[in-house]
Design a binder for this molecule. Sequence first.
Ligand SMILES: Cc1cc2nc3c(=O)[nH]c(=O)nc-3n(C[C@H](O)[C@H](O)[C@H](O)COP(=O)(O)OP(=O)(O)OC[C@H]3O[C@@H](n4cnc5c(N)ncnc54)[C@H](O)[C@@H]3O)c2cc1C
Length: 350
Amino acid sequence: MPQPKIYILGAGLTGLTIAYLLQKKGIQCQLLEANSRIGGRIETISGESGVTIEMGATWFSQQHPSLLALLDELQLSYFKQHTSGISLFETMSFVPPQKFEIPDAEAASYRIEGGTAKLINTLIAKIGLDNLKNNSKVIALKLLNNQIEITTEKGETYLADKVISTLPPHLLVKTIVFEPNLPDSLLQLAKKTHTWMGESIKFAVEYPTAFWKENNFSGTLFSQASIIQEMYDHSSADHTKFALKGFLNGGTNTLSKEERKEKVIQQLIAFFGVEAKNYTAYYEKVWREEPLAFLPYEQLIMAHQNNGHAMYKNKFFEDKLYISGSETATQNPGYMDGAINAAQTIASQF
Ligand SMILES: Cc1cc2nc3c(=O)[nH]c(=O)nc-3n(C[C@H](O)[C@H](O)[C@H](O)COP(=O)(O)OP(=O)(O)OC[C@H]3O[C@@H](n4cnc5c(N)ncnc54)[C@H](O)[C@@H]3O)c2cc1C
């Protein structure tokens, strides 16, 4: 019997893991990715020193078993996030930040050695580039003679026996036209399903030395009053390349990159001293301006709202359309672990 033609929409961690798991079962599928870049919300860039900087997903813990198992299977190493030393917590701009130390007993966060993109690149190498088409933004899905016709922005069409979407559900119903339309209950649910970190602004500052560690600071800081809301040491696993990285106040998306950079450096000088002036480079990514990851919600949506909702277990278009992606997972939805969990749920149905 010929194999069904399976198309996966989106080549982020979920799409790539589904393709990998299906391939292990001897089932081929084709991935269609809108972006020229593969990886979706996982994006590792390289600093001037070669330090790997995570503009997207970074941390995980022992609470993320599916991710840990996949890393072991793919023989990817990980290391503990550096937290020792003095950490800072600023509650008000006119009061000096409080100092605290993170206890050793605290459950550790880990990062993938060499960058989170190593996971993406390893999966791509397993799947093979032949099965992956980038620059292929899907704009329409039409149920047609027992198959689904997929149309891309460029006007290409594909006929699929099964389609698995891995777009965040909110993005899926906002960007793809369905004929016939999806049930109203699903459309309403997807519009109110939060996309994890979609609104965030990530930044990193690369330095020639880890001067903060030399001054007994961990590099960890939390602030309720300044532009940097959360930050950690982001140096390489072997402690030879140095950076600080974290999240900016989401409201500063209205500022220019230069204005944000100026405020970040000023905050670092105020917290860690004048040495913070001697940075090598500043990097940032405003995820809320990435339409392939995030589009504005029509109403206020809470973090993780409707993530892992039972309706995402249903199939649509006469059981030919599956809705996956990290936000549909029942375990750690929104996170990398959720992406793998969601992929496992799909793969178990084939
Ligand atoms: C700033 C940030 C920080 C994060 N930090 C962490 C962290 O520390 N730890 C953690 O576990 N998780 C973190 N996450 C979440 C993590 O990145 C996601 O859970 C995971 O990458 C989701 O993978 P996915 O494949 O489900 O979705 P995505 O990565 O969003 O993949 C969906 C793919 O679909 C593509 N696409 C979109 N529209 C179309 C279309 N019309 N046609 C075809 N393709 C399309 C997109 O380009 C994308 O490649 C973070 C996310 C962000 C943005």
